[in-house]
Ligand binder design. Sequence first.
Ligand code: PEP
Ligand code: CO
Length: 446
Amino acid sequence: MQSWTPESWRARPAAQQPDWPDGHALEQALKQLSTLPPLVFAGEAAGLRRALAQVSAGEAFVLQAGDCAESFADFAADTIRDKLKVILQMAVVLTYAGGVPVVKLGRIAGQFAKPRSSPTEVVDGVELPVFRGHIVNDDAPSPAGRVPDPRRLVRAYHQSAATLNLLRAFTKGGYADLSQVHTWNQEFVASSPGGRRYAAVADEIERALRFMRACGINLGDENDLHQVDFWTSHEALILGYEEALTRRDSLSGDWYDCSAHLLWVGERTRQLDGAHVEFLSGVANPVAAKIGPTATPEELVALCDRLDPDRQPGRLTLVSRMGAEQVSTLLPPLLSAVERSGHPVVWTCDPMHGNTFTGPGGRKTRHFEHVIAEISGFFDACRSVGTWPGGVHVELTGDNVTECLGGSEAIGEDDLELRYTTTCDPRLNGRQSLDLAFRVAELLRR
Ligand code: PEP
Ligand code: CO
């Protein structure tokens, strides 16, 4: 910690970094980024840390959700709005039916970089560099498009800024007002069983608001009814980009990575002595780490010591992603070890990344019931050791895609071809996301 600087990660092995062919262009891009305004402020990141501290105390629940990878091609107001709609709907369900305040955290406005299991892939007999997210290269399988291009770093910054601007307008400018609760139900969602169940909840909320008004309560003064706090997060993968957006807070003197409110290290970059953990150890933002099946209790406690040496509530979130079959055996010893260590972490469940498989048509997919099974196993594991199940972390879109199997509309393998538009992992569609929220609310109520 003594020797931490925004660039101290450079002395450590950095996994998953692109092979930028043009060093000069990279330097230019990073220099430009370092002069551009921060996307979020230190005070906001500290606000999220306080919200997460409530989760670590068992008083709130986190909903972290958004794309696997945001796309330069699919960048429009409607897609952002529809993603926000489904997250707001899910949060209403969790708050109303689950009975807990919900911290709303998007995988959005910066979620562009992807860790990959292999540096190359073979497409139609040609070996190409693998797609690493639009912040690095193009998903189209052409040799030219797959060359890492540093200008993409700057483009990702600008798209993040525009996305965040719209999110701020939507969430603070009336769109997230609780009186709008019915308008978040998109047509293709509203016609589903989950959508009808949601409409009933929305009716009850409207009735409760009318009741309070009739009692003489001036709802106009209640800020929390008219706007929501919506936080941003992404995987801190491309460390040059994160370094360039790291700024010193003039009030506290602390360093904050101002590219998002929360940053996380992934399953492939959480090495204790690696560059990613070094970088996150020194920024004052709330941070998270994905924890997969290979993690040992000792290693995990060492990671907690490294990322949360001051045992600060809200500082560290651990995201379990074990897979539905392994969660009940692998997770309890990890939960117990962290309980014993005294780190006041938030535990959440990513039920997506341990349940991915390739269907017969060659499409990567996930089954809705496996996703639910992992969340359910996570809740059981947490309860067995007395840890608060603090949230879920899911990949979703508001669009009517057919990328994950199952759910109330029973998407089958033949349907995957219909509307499979993700550039990386398969996402839950709007209906499946709402169904998931109802299932999680039931688990919370138990
Ligand atoms: C992701 O969140 O998109 C991801 C790659 O997750 P993990 O690091 O858990 O595999
Ligand atoms: Co993913």
